[in-house]
Design a protein around this ligand. Structure first.
Ligand code: MLT
Ligand code: MN
Ligand code: ZN
Length: 297
């Protein structure tokens, strides 16, 4: 059993380029000067035959067409066994609507996230006679795909943007934002595409992991404000940024982790430009900048 992960989409919600964005990166991506990236999703397998998809992005149709290992193996036979969503954000659930073609798979999520889906009747397009929705309790290991055990754990975050009301707590601990611990017989990996803060619980959990995919939304907390794209900081969106004393690069500096990969990058993030000093800095600190189609075994 060899654990294998394929980044289906390395960008955050909106993707690169984002349809309505005229920022530097989006312009360069439209010109083809830098690679475009689709929205947040990771595919994983332990037996090289059956796969699970972590987060169903709005780009899933394109992502699957680009991923030969996930293509149909018969008329309606697929390597896909399950889909797991780590929060109710649109970039992580909208792709479920694309998967509505009467294809059996298991949809895993916490009770809180399943409730968000159940309250949105459009998701009934996933026929319950065909797609089984399984509720997963925090800290309870379960079989995600053959030979691949997953455990969900709480990560500081917030409710989906479309459910925000009143004062929003951006580092809520509960079952609305989770990370995933993936284990095979001999390897241990983590997937955490959204995280507001690396707290002590997360530190001790992640210590010693072979591989980590982590929230790389912004380089700098006020990056979108600086770019003139709005008033929201990374913290307000429930994401810790890469750089600075409070950033993820500093937070992970003294942790023992085999490979660290940034995913869920916003289109404004300078690390998405292959020749940027920020990308070089992140790499010098031991990080890999995720890309669509990148595979790690
Ligand atoms: C996020 O990661 O902050 C959300 O996906 C934002 C959104 O819903 O567009
Ligand atoms: Mn997102
Ligand atoms: Zn942009």
């Amino acid at each position: 059993m060899t654990f294998r992960a394929r980044i289906l989409g390395a960008a955050a919600g909106g993707g690169l380029p984002q349809w309505n964005c005229g920022c530097k990166n989006c312009g360069l991506a439209r010109l083809g000067t830098i690679p475009s990236q689709t929205q947040s999703s990771l595919a994983v397998t332990a037996d090289n035959a059956f796969w699970a998809i972590l987060n169903a992005s709005p780009d899933i149709r394109h992502q699957l067409s680009q991923s030969q290992s996930l293509h149909p193996t018969g008329l309606r036979q697929l390597p896909l066994r399950s889909v797991l969503v780590t929060n109710g954000d649109i970039d992580h659930v909208a792709g479920l609507l694309t998967l509505r073609e009467m294809q059996p798979f298991t949809l895993f999520a916490t009770a809180g996230i399943h409730q968000v889906l159940a309250e949105n009747p459009i998701f009934d397009a996933l026929n319950s006679a065909v797609v089984s929705r399984e509720t997963i309790a925090l800290n309870q290991p379960f079989e995600l795909a053959p030979g691949l055990t997953a455990t969900l754990f709480p990560v500081p975050g917030k409710v989906p943007l479309y459910l925000e009301a009143g004062d929003v707590q951006t580092d809520l601990i509960g079952d609305q934002t989770v990370g995933v611990h993936l284990q095979t017989e001999d390897s241990s990996a983590f997937y955490i595409p959204g995280c507001a803060l690396l707290n002590d619980d997360l530190r001790s959990r992640l210590d010693g992991a072979d591989l980590l995919f982590f929230d790389g939304t912004l380089w700098q907390d006020d990056e979108m404000v600086q770019a003139g794209l709005g008033q929201k900081t990374g913290q307000r969106m429930g994401h810790m940024s890469m750089s600075g004393p409070e950033g993820s690069i500093a937070a992970f500096e003294d942790m023992r982790i085999g490979k660290k990969v940034f995913v869920h990058m916003n289109n404004t993030n300078p690390v998405l430009r292959p020749d940027s000093v920020e990308k070089a800095q992140a790499e010098a600190a031991g990080w890999i900048i995720g890309q669509d189609g990148m595979e790690i075994t």
